[in-house]
Design a protein around this ligand. Structure first.
Ligand code: F6R
Length: 259
């Protein structure tokens, strides 16, 4: 099962996950990171520069989870731009080593396959950061997505478009389509780290961690993976039936065991 770590706040979550990423970069300079966008991973990205100060990051590689299809190149909310602004620049990574799925309409038919090939050629993702949507999506794999799915174009639910409208002038500006790593792609990463903050995520977190494994809750795919860490604040953990056990487990975690 997933290890569930319940933390006091986003900053504690960010520090915990950033520490593990910094450890990986120090031990494996050409580590392959799986990068999420949205609000959830920000505390991790904000904690990283201080931990990587003086560490050689020139060989770090990365793959973003998803991108909007047909969004104007250079649009500040395109995930290519978000990754440049929030990850590549603050961490001083080599932009040529960090990929985002290509959401431009020209070539969209083969963009998914191209991305899969690139991930495979890189030897796979070592640590995949994940957020979760209020409807249970991970990446942009909306409810009903196949557990075997690979990078491909998907249609966003109206719920997801409304959730993401805060990044745009209005919900009408949120693209309807995206290109996203599939659940099958995500499950091939060596370590999944799913973060969740706030009461709005509580139902999705409980369903993903403790509910039935079902395509109706794409996040429940994490139950099929051998190495998963879920880091949630109290509000996002509020509907977990086994929260006391997770707290007990973490409090008694052997010192030799990382996350
Ligand atoms: C983003 C992504 C999505 C988000 C999810 C939660 O790359 O893949 O699954 O993680 O929509 O979004 P936030 O973090 O903005 O609540």
């Amino acid at each position: 099962m997933a290890e569930v770590i319940i933390v006091a706040d986003k900053a504690a979550a960010g520090a915990l996950v950033a520490e593990e990423i910094a450890r990986l970069v120090r031990t494996t300079p050409d580590v392959v990171l799986g990068l999420a966008t949205g609000s959830t991973p920000l505390p991790v990205y904000e904690a990283l520069p201080a931990l990587l100060d003086g560490v050689d990051v020139s060989r770090v590689r990365g793959f973003a989870l998803d991108e909007y299809v047909g969004i104007t190149p250079g649009h500040p909310e395109s995930y290519r731009e978000v990754i440049r602004r929030e990850v590549i620049e603050p961490l001083g990574l080599d932009p040529a080593r960090i990929r985002v799925p290509d959401g431009s309409l020209d070539g969209i038919e083969h963009a998914g396959e191209d991305y899969e090939r690139a991930i495979t050629a890189a030897g796979g993702v070592d640590l995949q950061i994940l957020g979760i949507g209020t409807d249970g999506h991970i990446g942009f794999n909306e409810p009903g997505s196949s557990f075997g799915s690979l990078t491909r174009v998907k249609t966003l639910t109206e719920q997801t478009r409304e959730d993401n409208a805060r990044f745009f002038d209005s919900v009408d500006d949120v693209p309807r389509h995206c290109i996203t790593q599939g659940l099958g792609t995500i499950l091939r990463a060596k370590h999944l780290v799913l973060l969740a903050f706030g009461a709005g995520k509580a139902r999705a977190v409980a369903a993903a961690v403790e509910g039935a494994v079902t395509a109706s809750v794409p996040g429940s795919a994490i139950q099929l993976h051998p190495h998963v860490t879920v880091v949630a604040d109290e509000a996002a953990a509020a509907e977990l039936a086994n929260a006391d056990y997770y707290r007990y487990t973490f409090a008694n975690k052997p010192a030799w065991q990382g996350i």
